[in-house]
Design a protein around this ligand. Structure first.
Ligand code: EPS
Length: 391
């Protein structure tokens, strides 16, 4: 099975990752991963750090002549900004003379993390608590994503709402999705379409409104979050399981999404709206389309009982506004116990577009594992022959 680990502090020398369980023979290149890293850096509302970084991956092991070897794949993404943090982030020495941070930002992990580890400097928590770590997650997960694409499973995303700017005509977006998901790369076409927008919103009027409120939030020293939607096409019936709680695909997908910094809500299909309706308005009736068993609607979001049902997967995630505020809330100085303004640390006004790219990435290993559980093998050729035989 695929698993991965990341390490690295936000302003340390580099982020590193190891992903293992990727079968042999998968074509992969650093350019392919870099494209996803670039996408993660985009979006209207990002802060100064993204002007410094230009994330690129170095593949250190597990790939030879463009193909995976079945061995662990080690990855490296350098932090360009680390040049400005050499003394503050030095591995050696005592740190004498380096200013310690004692004022936590409400909403960030600063307070809880510092209490947990008994630090006398919140910097120790800030560094690993930062969403910078998601750069390496995207790098690792993109390899699992490539495996899915090899067997025709494509992931896409778009932003549904950003603060109060909400896509009002859902039907228009659904028509666009229906048109685009017919392409051979399915849901990825949605992502390419969303990438044309600085806020990854598919509807021009909402896009304009979103950009305007980010500008306003910036002026006010405030931040914004929102909701993004993930779409997966090409997933066959029967991925995941209903037989045990920790094998249910919806639960596993929700865990992966909830693990992204600032994601505080996950919905499968029309989850919350379904809760307000009668069952007859919610469940997706069967129909025969051509020679295929299909559904009239897809309110379940393509998963029933923790198992894919052959329809497109639809998931949504809610990101809270970033906790670092230029116009800060009240905090407490842990050294003096005095109430003071929270510290401002350079940050983004809105990172929702990046978050949707990270969402695409983190669900890839979950789906790839479900796929490998059913059709797995040691090499891509073996997987293809097992999958084709099942079709
Ligand atoms: C991020 C890098 C960070 C932040 C952001 C995400 O860089 P820095 O801390 O140097 O400004 O821009 O992190 C947060 C929003 C956060 O709250 O930690 C990145 O690479 O995505």
């Amino acid at each position: 099975m695929i698993r991965y680990l990341t390490a690295g502090e936000s302003h340390g020398q580099a982020l590193v990752g190891i992903i293992e369980g990727i079968p042999a023979g998968l074509s992969i290149s650093s350019e392919y991963i870099d494209h996803q890293l670039r996408r993660r850096q985009q979006g209207y509302g990002r802060g100064g750090r993204m002007k410094i970084e230009s994330d690129t991956v170095t593949i250190l092991s597990g790939v030879r002549h463009g193909k995976t070897l079945g061995s662990p794949i080690a990855l490296l993404v350098k932090n360009r900004d680390s040049q400005n943090w050499i003394e503050k982030m030095a591995v050696d020495g005592t740190g004498e003379g380096i200013e310690k941070i004692s004022v936590p930002r409400p909403g960030h992990v600063d307070y809880a993390g510092t209490m947990k580890y008994g630090f006398d400097d919140i910097r120790n928590t800030i560094e690993r608590g930062s969403a910078r770590e998601t750069a390496m997650r995207v790098a690792c997960c993109t390899i699992a994503r490539k495996l899915l694409e090899d067997v025709g499973v494509f992931i896409g995303s778009h932003v549904l709402s950003l603060g109060q700017a909400k896509v009002s005509d859902r039907r228009q977006v659904d028509r666009l999705i229906a048109r685009h998901t017919k392409a051979s790369c399915g849901a990825y076409k949605i992502t390419e379409e969303a990438d044309k927008s600085e806020v990854r919103i598919l509807d021009a009027a909402t896009e304009r409104k979103a950009i305007a409120i980010i500008k306003r939030a910036k002026k006010q020293g405030d931040t914004l979050g929102g909701v993004f939607e993930l779409i997966v096409t090409g997933a066959p019936v029967g991925l995941g399981s209903y037989v045990h709680f920790d094998r249910k695909l919806d639960g596993l997908l929700a865990q992966a999404l909830m693990s992204i910094h600032a994601v505080k809500g996950v919905e499968i299909g029309a989850g919350f709206a379904n809760a307000e309706e009668y069952g007859s308005q919610v469940h997706d009736a069967f129909q025969i389309r051509g020679d295929k068993i299909r559904r009239v609607t897809n309110r379940a979001g393509g998963i029933e009982g923790g198992v894919t049902n052959g329809e497109m997967l639809v998931l949504r995630a809610a990101m809270k506004p970033i906790a670092t505020l230029a116009h800060p809330l009240k905090s407490v100085d842990l050294k003096s116990s005095k109430i003071v303004d929270a510290r401002y640390e350079r940050s983004d006004v809105c990172a929702l577009p990046a978050c949707s790219v990270i969402g695409e990435a983190v669900i890839a290993p979950v789906l790839a594992n479900a796929f490998l559980e059913k059709f797995g093998g040691d090499s891509i050729q073996e997987i293809h022959s097992r999958y084709n035989r099942s079709a």
